[in-house]
Ligand binder design. Structure first.
Ligand code: 5GP
Ligand code: ZN
Length: 112
């Protein structure tokens, strides 16, 4: 399967890793939209949040646990934003489930 993020998981494409365990990988976005901008992905390939069967939904809570750990490590105490872009209107460009974490500046709301 020709998936950029699966290739990052396998180490076939280099990434600047922040956190890794058996289920999840976090790495900096190659095109940062804020002073801190990283992605948290499951190692297993899901196309998007709707592609996760009920018996595998615990990956979502695990991802949020990992974001808690990284927020602590990076001292993101002034705030951050967690974003999941889904589908065409949501602006999803990579079809492997991922959560953006943006921090380090005041972020606009509502988003464009
Ligand atoms: P989406 O637009 O699907 O929500 O987010 C995909 C994100 O993946 C974008 O922010 C884009 O910059 C990032 N991205 C795409 N290809 C790569 C890559 O090869 N390495 C890294 N680190 N980020 C990537
Ligand atoms: Zn993938």
């Amino acid at each position: 399967m020709d998936c950029i993020f699966c290739k990052i998981v396998k180490g076939e494409i280099p990434s600047k890793k922040i956190y890794e365990d058996e289920k999840v990988l976090a790495f900096y976005d190659v095109s940062p939209q804020a002073p801190v901008h990283f992605l948290v992905i499951p190692k297993e390939h899901f196309r998007n949040f709707r592609d996760i069967s009920s018996d595998k939904l615990e990956i979502i809570s695990h991802i949020f646990k990992v974001i808690q750990i990284i927020a602590e490590q990076l001292k993101l105490d002034d705030g951050l934003r967690i974003v999941n872009n889904y589908g065409k209107d949501g602006g999803q460009t990579v079809d492997h489930l991922h959560f953006h974490v943006l921090a380090g500046r005041s972020l606009n709301w509502p988003p464009g």
